[in-house]
Design a protein around this ligand. Structure first.
Ligand SMILES: [Zn+2]
Ligand SMILES: [Zn+2]
Length: 247
């Protein structure tokens, strides 16, 4: 009789960074917001065309982002983006779906509920937090257009807040800041690299395992002290953003 050794490998959860171009998601009423991920990188970073940033977050069910996550996002963007007119973040509920969601369903819901669009000198970004799982269990969120991000709130809750793992605020902040990094054109996704640091086998990610833009996130180590850890952008990623109009 064979002996089977079961090894638990639950400590890496993957970010997915789908490119929206293949599946042509629903067309939004505002042509600016229908572009590919990274196309607004310099607009988000510099004040040349847009001096203010409006972020509309809509959540389903119990998956409202924690106020500490909103504060973390605000501090992150204020440290990177030149927006003298300010960065405004709002969060409101939308109807729950409890459904399995894929890119096209998320894009359809965005079209139904999103009300914030780029206008004048204010650039708008949309973030949806769902109560449904992605079709792939290992995906916690994705950016899918130049100003569109989806977070799988239920998955984030399910993979945080346990002993030896990340707190919910840390995991939410990590996924949100990572996906926003793609909207800012990282890595080599609309913001040119100053020094080569793209982890090409994993798409538009950073080779530095400690960088926010690394392709995977460590949600459990069993070690003390991890619960409040949120990776930061490394010097290569920051240099790219600065050269493309960021602070
Ligand atoms: Zn990514
Ligand atoms: Zn990096």
């Amino acid at each position: 009789m064979k002996r089977i050794l079961l090894v638990s490998c639950v400590w890496l959860f993957l970010f997915s960074c789908k490119k929206a171009s293949n599946t042509s998601p629903e067309t939004l009423p505002d042509s600016y917001s229908n572009q590919a991920i990274g196309k607004s990188a310099s607009d988000l970073l510099s004040a040349t065309k847009y001096t203010a940033l409006q972020i509309q977050i809509q959540y389903m069910g119990a998956y409202q982002l924690d106020t500490a996550t909103i504060s973390n996002l605000s501090a992150y963007l204020n440290s990177i983006c030149n927006k003298p007119g300010g960065i405004t973040i709002t969060q409101t509920p939308i109807a729950a779906t409890s459904d399995t969601l894929n890119l096209s369903k998320v894009a359809m819901l965005e079209k139904q509920y999103r009300t914030a669009y780029t206008s004048g000198t204010t650039l708008a970004v949309y973030i949806m937090v769902t109560d449904g799982f992605d079709t792939s269990a290992s995906i916690l969120g994705f950016a899918y257009r130049n100003t569109s991000i989806c977070l799988f709130g239920k998955d984030i809750f399910a993979n945080s807040g346990t002993s030896g793992g990340l707190s919910r605020v840390s995991l939410e902040s990590n996924v949100l800041e990572h996906e926003f990094g793609h909207l800012l054109g990282l890595v080599n996704l609309g913001t040119p690299m100053i020094t080569a640091h793209q982890d090409t086998p994993h798409g538009n990610h950073c080779t530095n395992t400690h960088c926010l833009m690394y392709w995977a996130i460590q949600t459990r180590t069993g070690l003390p002290g991890i619960s409040n850890y949120i990776p930061k952008l490394d010097s290569n990623c920051l240099a790219d953003l600065t050269a493309n109009g960021g602070k």
